[in-house]
Structures are given as structure tokens and as C-alpha cells.
Design a protein around this ligand. Structure first.
Ligand code: SF4
Length: 235
């Protein structure tokens, strides 16, 4: 891409699930400033070497050929907004005529705002990892960048870019009260998704648990009065 370097660790050719109402592909960037123990993309987060990078030119040539079939490109990770040349990547994808969905953990509000102001993102899915008092432990320890999270929420709310907030819920980390606390951080009209954790070979830390179907039903019933826009994926 004309000398632009970006660490791409994976590419999914088609998804009907990730970009609402669109047929899309997914570009996974490498590296993240969090180390969430339940992260499903552990290898992308922990292995940030240049060794097994996916060739960007191959992705562009795939996109060129699929212009009529694909509506958009999801940029996921890892955390895409820590990539130095993320703007250049999005400009190139936009010029090809694709819509862009961005998945982010919300820790880089300045970059987020710049991309939105430049019209480079059409949909944003931002993770809110937990209630603020449990954020650090939920993201693997260290600085949770809470001011940045608040700022990113504000940016998404004040701009007209369609967006959703979402939380992966883990039995050892989340309670009903945590979800209620998270719900106070944004406008109640915003779409808010809970995704149940499932262990896989690629998670950063094994031994954590998701909720049972019955527990999810109970959670939904407990929350539906105060959080009418909450959706639990899969139930
Ligand atoms: S879940 Fe997201 S924010 Fe957390 S380590 Fe994985 S990629 Fe980073």
C-alpha cells in the first residue's frame, strides 16, 4: 500500500453477522493495549511480531474483485486504533467504495474522532468492558484508560455515526449491577449488546465461564425495565 505499514494478522472473506444489514469481510489488526483474559483473539493480541502478517495487497486485490458482492469492510482486532497508519488504510478502503465498520475498545478517542470527522467510518461497535470499578481487572490489569473510554462514548454520542456498545460477559467478572452501571454511561436509546463468553483455544486465559441459558434469561428479565434497548446475543 504505497509504503504504508499496518499489522494485519487475519482476514475473513465474508461475514453476514458483523456489519449490521451488510455483507462484509473482516480485517483483523495485530496488537492491543488491553489483555482481556477472555479475549477470543489471543494470538493477535499477544503475538505482535511481523512474522505471520497477512499481505495487504492480497486483501486489496480480493476487495477489488468483490466490489459488487461486498457492501463493507469490518476493521477489527486486536485494537485497530493503535495502528499508526489506520487512517491511510481506511482512506484506501473508502476510495474503493466500501462502507467501513470499526470495532474498538474506545481507548483512543482522538483517533476515533479524527476518523469520524473525515467520514471514514460508517458504523462503530465499541466495547465497554465492565463497570468502571472493575475495568482494570477485566482488561488484564494495568491502566484501564477510563477517561479515554468516557471521551469515546461522548464522541460517538455527539456525532451522527451509527454505533452500538457491547460487553462480553463472563461469570467471574460481571454481575447484574455491573451491567446496570455500564448502562448509566450512555444514552438509554443506544443499542447495547451483551455477548456471552465462550471458551476457545484462542483465549488469553483459560478457565473462565460464560452464563447458562437460564442465567441469561434471568439477567434479561432483571434488566429489561431499566435497559429496554439491551439485547443479549444468542437468546
Ligand atoms: S478483547 Fe478486544 S480489547 Fe480485549 S485484549 Fe482482546 S482485542 Fe484487546
Amino acid at each position: 500500500m504505497g509504503g504504508v505499514i499496518i499489522k494485519i494478522g487475519g482476514f475473513q472473506k465474508v461475514t453476514l453477522l458483523d456489519f449490521p444489514s451488510k455483507v462484509a469481510c473482516i480485517v483483523f489488526t495485530k496488537g492491543c493495549n488491553y489483555k482481556c483474559p477472555y479475549c477470543q483473539n489471543g494470538s493477535l493480541v499477544l503475538n505482535t511480531s511481523d512474522g505471520d502478517l497477512v499481505d495487504l495487497e492480497e486483501i486489496f486485490s480480493y476487495l477489488e474483485k468483490r466490489k459488487k458482492v461486498l457492501d463493507g469492510v469490518c476493521i477489527s482486532g486486536g485494537e485497530p486504533l493503535i495502528q499508526k497508519n489506520i487512517k491511510e488504510l481506511l482512506i484506501k478502503i473508502k476510495k474503493m467504495g466500501f462502507l467501513i465498520k470499526l470495532d474498538t475498545n474506545g481507548t483512543n478517542p482522538l483517533v476515533l474522532e479524527e476518523l469520524i470527522n473525515l467520514g471514514l467510518v460508517d458504523y462503530v461497535a465499541m466495547d465497554i468492558k465492565n463497570s468502571f470499578s472493575k475495568y482494570s481487572i477485566t482488561v488484564g490489569g494495568g491502566n484501564p484508560f477510563l477517561d479515554n473510554i468516557k471521551k469515546s462514548i461522548e464522541i460517538l454520542e455527539k456525532n451522527n455515526v451509527p454505533h452500538e456498545f457491547r460487553t462480553t460477559i463472563v461469570k467471574e467478572l460481571h454481575t447484574v449491577n455491573d451491567i446496570l452501571e455500564i448502562g448509566k454511561l450512555f444514552c438509554p436509546k443506544t443499542k447495547y449488546y451483551l455477548q456471552n463468553y465462550e471458551e476457545s483455544d484462542n483465549v488469553i486465559e483459560k478457565g473462565l465461564h460464560g452464563f447458562s441459558y437460564l442465567e441469561l434469561e434471568k439477567l434479561k428479565n432483571n434488566l429489561k425495565e431499566v435497559m429496554p434497548n439491551l439485547i443479549i446475543r444468542g437468546i
